[in-house]
Design a protein around this ligand. Structure first.
Ligand SMILES: *Cc1c(COP(=O)(O)O)cnc(C)c1O
Length: 363
């Protein structure tokens, strides 16, 4: 570990690859011999255009997508996408279908509901969001404009391990917290979006990767900045984009490529997740995982301890072992260790060893 740094298990903003941070630091004052920082360069300058285009291309390459898909850089967080999606695509006649699998899936649905154009086609809320609804739980509406899923549930620590079959209804996914963490047959999705601050960069930009056919036309009545067609036609440069964030996302995408792409990310992420889940499973019930085993997330590991008092103690003691950000979300309680792409294997091992030590001292 770099001197003075910690293993950062925060859910987002989250840990970034050290190599990427150092690279950004090294070229911070003078980007590409421009005599300026990337923060100071016009978004119309050729130096920036190269960054913008390369980031888009690297992301598409990693996802194995071709010319029928486009990459957009939007703002307002994934939360704004919750509203933009129904505004652009759903109507009373053709509503958006939602699968509820956690807090963010619910928030997405609420925006469509607010507009009177949403419906729920499956939910694991009643059973406490311990699992992701499976194919046989989905009541596909052939009349729907799209089916919306949240692919990794950051707060509950559950993740899809299958691609929903929607019988031709376009498939939309919020992949904020597992984007580019593993190979997925992305062609099966029509519209993917991700707030990048979980796995791909600093807060401030949302990645949208969608079929061009969906982006070409948006309802005329919508304000300019709420139409996907504006972003598509102007290459996400209708207004000033968050250039520094896009630059960082580009660096992270290049880093993923250099490490061996999504196969390598998946290999590492599975290995890290196994170490932490093993610490839960081998604890004689001292640690209780929130997610059902079949729905366990490779990105966010959630678990509880025997009492809230012990949970407070765990968080405080973890910090003295350079393990930061392990406190769970207030709505679930307990612990959450986010082990995104940039978390090194050694970090997962350090956490598992601490868990074992803490259990022996407190069981
Ligand atoms: C964090 C998160 C969001 C919210 O993202 P913002 O960019 O803060 O709006 C939405 N969906 C998922 C899955 C998330 O993890």
């Amino acid at each position: 570990m770099e001197a003075g740094r910690v293993y950062n298990f925060n859910p987002g903003p989250a840990t970034l690859p050290l190599e990427v941070l150092k690279e950004a630091q090294a070229e911070f004052l003078n980007f590409n011999n421009s005599g300026m920082s990337i923060l100071e360069i016009s978004h119309r300058a050729p130096q920036y255009a190269a960054v913008h285009e390369k980031a888009k291309q690297d992301i598409k390459d990693l996802m194995g997508l071709g010319d029928d898909y486009e990459v957009l850089f939007c703002q307002g967080g994934a939360s704004q996408q919750f509203a933009m999606i129904p505004l652009n695509y759903a109507t009373k006649e053709h509503p958006g279908s939602y699968v509820l699998s956690g807090s963010f899936a619910e928030k997405a649905y609420k925006e469509a509901e607010h507009l009177g154009v949403g419906e729920i086609i499956a939910s694991s809320k009643e059973t406490g969001y311990h699992h992701v609804p499976q194919q046989d739980e989905l009541k596909i509406d052939p009349n729907a404009a799209y089916v919306h899923v949240c692919y990794n549930n950051t707060i509950y620590g559950t993740e899809y391990h299958y691609i929903p079959e929607t019988n031709g209804v376009p498939l939309f996914a919020d992949m904020s917290s597992d984007m580019l963490s593993r190979p997925v047959d992305f062609h099966k999705f029509d519209f993917i979006y991700a707030g990048v601050q979980k796995n791909l960069g600093p807060a401030g930009v949302v990645l949208v990767v969608a079929k061009k056919s969906l982006l070409e036309k948006s309802p005329e009545k919508l304000p300019t900045m709420f139409r996907y067609s504006t972003f598509y036609k102007k290459d996400s440069l209708y207004n000033t984009p968050p250039a520094f964030c896009i630059y960082m996302v580009g660096k992270v995408a290049a880093w993923i490529k250099a490490q061996g792409g999504l196969e390598e990310m998946a290999r590492r992420n599975e290995r890290k997740a196994k170490v932490v889940y093993d610490a839960i499973d081998n604890s004689n019930g001292f640690y209780r995982g929130h997610a059902d085993k079949e729905s366990r997330s490779f990105m966010n590991v959630t678990f509880r301890l025997p009492s809230e008092e012990l949970e407070k103690k765990f968080v405080a003691e973890a910090l003295t072992h350079q393990l930061s950000g392990v406190k769970g979300h207030r709505s679930v309680g307990g612990m959450r260790a986010s082990i995104y792409n940039a978390m090194p294997y050694e970090g997962a091992v350090a956490l598992a060893e601490f868990m074992e030590k803490f259990r022996k001292e407190n069981a």
